[in-house]
Write a protein that binds this ligand. Structure first.
Ligand code: SF4
Length: 72
């Protein structure tokens, strides 16, 4: 499982992340992450969005099922 984060200081609101993976990213001036845990079927697109981000604002974190159950 993965979780996506956007660094507000790096994001310029340019939009490729939303175009590539609208299930996870939404532009509201800058990019917002819509989900806590990225749905399995969207993981590949989420990683593509991170790769496409021109400022490196998107970080992908791998989350274990155990941590999800604990809410950490
Ligand atoms: Fe922000 Fe990167 Fe998305 Fe552009 S692609 S809106 S810089 S997170």
């Amino acid at each position: 499982m993965i979780r996506a984060k956007v660094d507000d200081d790096l994001c310029c609101g340019c939009g490729p992340c939303e175009e590539i993976c609208p299930e996870v990213f939404y532009i509201d001036g800058i990019a917002r992450v819509l989900v806590d845990i990225v749905p399995l079927e969207s993981e590949a697109k989420c990683r593509q969005a991170a790769d496409a981000c021109p400022t490196g604002a998107i970080t992908i974190e791998t989350v274990s099922e155990e941590r999800v159950e604990r809410g950490t």
